[in-house]
Design a protein around this ligand. Structure first.
Ligand code: 3PG
Length: 209
């Protein structure tokens, strides 16, 4: 499942982190991202609509992998699996959550912020981790500093990354994908400006080249 996680992150290259107020919003955002060329969506478990939105995207939108984000406890995993989530992302990964992710059978991208946390996850078999909150804990200099000592840990830096930063992160050999919400801004979603979501997605992918 780690190969599946790496494969889907490398395929999309940009992982949108979306918080939705309804299932319909989730479907509209997923379609807008796909129109802009993005092939994965992480829906955060921060709103009551999240589970329903994951199920709706899985059912109604072909061509995009839908995952659950902000997975905080092992107890949330069954519900997101039942909804059809194709991958899981956590902001941080205490040992019980790491064990549950390793056992759950779904591709997982566990969150970590330090070399020790990354090594603990690597020892459990994880090969790609979410570096979170990436810009706050060191940004690009941290990503670069991890390359030599943690040569076989791939990262999905997320947190505080903007459109202009993404290409720089993706140019690093230990970065599989960059996550963020810059192309799924809450004000655009609230106003139904899904056209802006598509435009920002396409622009971000074009900038990566
Ligand atoms: C996350 O949980 O990954 C963040 O909310 C996404 O980070 P960003 O909003 O700073 O891009």
């Amino acid at each position: 499942t780690q190969y599946a996680a790496i494969g889907l992150l490398r395929a999309t290259r940009i992982l949108p982190v979306v918080t939705v107020a309804s299932a319909e919003q989730g479907v509209a955002v997923a379609r807008a991202l796909l129109a802009g060329g993005i092939t994965a969506i992480e829906i955060t478990l921060r709103t009551p609509a999240a589970i329903e939105a994951i199920a709706a995207v899985k059912r109604d939108v072909d061509g995009i992998a839908v995952g659950a984000g902000t997975v905080l406890t092992p107890g949330q995993i069954d519900a997101v699996r039942a909804a059809g989530a194709q991958f899981l992302v956590t902001p941080g990964t205490p040992p019980a959550l790491a064990d549950a992710l390793a056992m759950c059978g779904l591709p997982a991208v566990p969150g970590a912020a330090t070399p020790t946390e990354l090594l603990a996850l690597h020892a459990r078999g994880f090969r790609v981790c979410k570096l979170f909150p990436a810009s706050a804990v060191g940004g690009l200099p941290l990503v670069r500093a991890l390359q030599a000592p943690l040569a076989d840990v791939l990262l999905c830096p997320t947190g505080g990354i903007g459109e202009a930063d993404a290409p720089h992160y993706l140019a690093e050999r230990n970065v599989a994908c960059v996550g963020g919400s810059w192309m799924v801004r809450a004000d655009w979603i609230a106003q139904g400006r899904y056209d802006l979501v598509s435009e920002a997605s396409a622009r971000s992918l074009a900038a990566i080249g």
